[in-house]
Design a protein around this ligand. Structure first.
Ligand SMILES: [Zn+2]
Length: 276
């Protein structure tokens, strides 16, 4: 099964990073794939050296490492990556494109499957960092309330699935968790937002919170690794309809179908999630 990290996995990594590396001072970096960075390696190294991590948070699929002296290190794992902590006694992963070492000789490596971003940005320039400046609110954020969600749906004309996958609307949901979110809300992926009732909007909001929170509690997907290289406990068994083609709907027993919706695949119960 091909997955990529979404909100639950990034939330777990951010929490672990926050506990493990806050207060540590950066000694050195190695970047073997300079295009992951937003500036030449030499400038990146010169700017980041000596800065101390003040805390780590996540926003959607992005990790925000707050550094002192007014800087942020922004990391996006792209289509999948292993971002793994190390201490001096540990053997490092054989492959990695980026390595950051602290003065106490601990650090972390990043190995991207396809591509990822490691951007060093001055706090004052953050509004100009387009990839994160345009992000919508993350459902893990306390300010992602039912009122906020309903407001963001107002006057929108697209289908509900493409709305949810667009990181400018909701940050952190991808094609893995969206399947069960829509099933729980009993919505067909192609339902137009304009046709959703108030009740459906409320149950969609609840479904987003339920599905993502359940996975965060299980430390994310079993296909992805956390900061310590451990796999999550959200396995194939936890999906309701996602990746369950040919299995029975847990609600009504109808056979689950895989359909094409725009550029993505969707798994639905044709009865519970009818378009009519
Ligand atoms: Zn069903």
């Amino acid at each position: 099964m091909k997955t990529m990290p979404e909100l639950p996995e990034i939330t777990v990594i951010a929490k672990q990073m926050n506990e493990e590396i806050t207060g540590k001072r950066i000694a050195e970096i190695e970047a073997r794939q300079p295009k992951n960075l937003n500036m030449p390696v030499s400038k990146f190294r010169k700017t980041i050296k000596g800065k101390t991590v003040k805390g780590v948070e996540s926003r959607g699929k992005w990790l925000f490492l707050k550094l002192d002296q007014g800087y942020l290190l922004l990391i996006n794992l792209g289509m999948g990556a292993e971002l793994i902590y190390f201490n001096p006694t540990q053997k490092l992963p054989e492959k990695c494109q980026f390595k950051l070492t602290f003065f106490d000789k601990t650090g972390f490596t990043a190995h991207f499957w396809w591509f990822g971003y490691i951007h060093l940005v001055a706090e004052k320039d953050l509004p100009k960092h387009n990839m994160t400046a345009q992000l919508g609110k993350s459902p893990a954020d306390k300010t992602f309330t039912l009122e906020y969600f309903k407001e963001s749906l107002a006057n929108r004309k697209t289908g509900i699935k493409s709305f949810l996958l667009d990181q400018k609307n909701v940050a952190g949901i991808g094609n893995v968790y969206v399947q069960d979110v829509l099933f729980k809300a009993k919505l067909h992926p192609n339902r137009k937002i304009s046709t959703l009732t108030e009740k459906e909007r409320t149950s969609l909001f609840k479904a987003i919170k339920d599905v993502l929170n359940q996975s965060i509690r299980l430390n994310g997907l079993a296909y992805e690794k956390d900061f310590y290289g451990q796999r999550g406990k959200f396995t194939g068994e936890h999906f309701l309809v996602g990746y369950k083609t040919g299995k029975s709907c847990p609600g009504c027993g109808t056979t689950i179908e895989k359909i094409r919706t725009g550029s993505t695949a969707s798994y639905i119960c044709p009865k519970c999630q009818s378009l009519e």
